[in-house]
Design a protein around this ligand. Structure first.
Ligand SMILES: [Zn+2]
Length: 273
């Protein structure tokens, strides 16, 4: 599943292709995504210049004068840039044709992604307005987590994965950042001190930043290789995630696997308290 770093990498890779360019037309081949594509509304972007491309949570915002169209990659979505005559493949559900003869093409085998008209104030859209802070923004700090957690009896793992607290901390990043912060995933959120929260917030920031930088290495060949390669994940640098039964790299104990809030949870019982 594309996580926040992969969405950020996608956004950055798309910016030079789309910002400042005019959208000529939309070509929708399949409207049945997670929510049906409202072609009538999205048509408003036709013949408009893309003012900017931005990201909120895992949504990519295409900002134009009449309003914002937003894309979510869902479980299996990816976006590529192609020359206009490249024929679509299976699962290529829509194209955004640009006046510069390039197309932005959305592929999504499982169709959990979406392409939605969010109007002039996308931050007020119902899919966006409940979202918590951005993990890479200044306002995401240990003090913020500490304050918010005082009356939360939920586990720390569920707390940091709650999108109304902070967006973009998916299962991999939650597991890894708790290990690196030495916090047991089952510890109650209201039972963690300010110092440990400060450490955790910095760890989340650095793990996401590092992942974005790693994804960035494939940007050069974005137009041709993106979509075939999985980027943005810590493929070789995972300390606990998916390592159940293997040795902890810090202490040699065996990594445990449990299920917490329905998600695979990995931790070292010795390093994490
Ligand atoms: Zn350990």
């Amino acid at each position: 599943m594309p996580e926040l770093p992969e969405v950020e990498v996608t956004k950055r890779a798309l910016i030079p292709h789309i910002e400042g360019h005019t959208i000529e037309k939309l070509e929708i081949r399949e409207t049945r995504l997670r929510w049906p594509i409202r072609v009538d509304l999205l048509k408003k972007v036709e013949n408009e210049i893309v003012i900017s491309l931005s990201r909120r949570g895992k949504y990519i915002f295409i900002n134009t004068t009449p309003g914002t169209a937003m894309i979510h990659l869902g479980m299996s979505g990816s976006i590529g840039v192609f020359d206009q005559f490249v024929p679509p493949k299976k699962h290529d559900h829509f194209d955004i044709h640009l006046a510069n003869k390039k197309i932005i093409r959305f592929n999504d085998p499982r169709r959990f992604g979406c392409f939605i008209w969010a109007g002039k104030q996308p931050e007020k859209h119902q899919l966006i307005n409940h979202l918590g802070v951005e993990p890479l923004a200044k306002d995401f700090q240990g003090d913020y987590l500490y304050r918010l957690s005082r009356n939360r009896k939920t586990t720390i793992k569920a707390f940091i994965m709650n999108a109304s607290v902070v967006v973009g901390v998916g299962n991999i990043y939650a597991n890894e950042s708790l290990f690196l912060s030495g916090i047991h995933p089952k510890r109650r959120a209201n039972n963690i001190g300010k110092k440990r929260y400060q450490n955790l917030a910095q760890t989340i920031k650095s793990i996401l930043t590092k992942s974005i930088e790693m994804g960035g290495t494939t940007l050069r060949n974005f137009s041709f290789t993106y979509g075939k390669e999985k980027i943005g994940y810590f493929k070789h640098n995972l300390f606990v995630y998916s390592r159940g039964g293997k040795e902890c790299e810090a202490c040699g104990s065996l990594i445990k696997r449990i299920v917490l809030s329905g998600r695979g949870t990995f931790y070292c019982g010795k390093c994490q308290r």
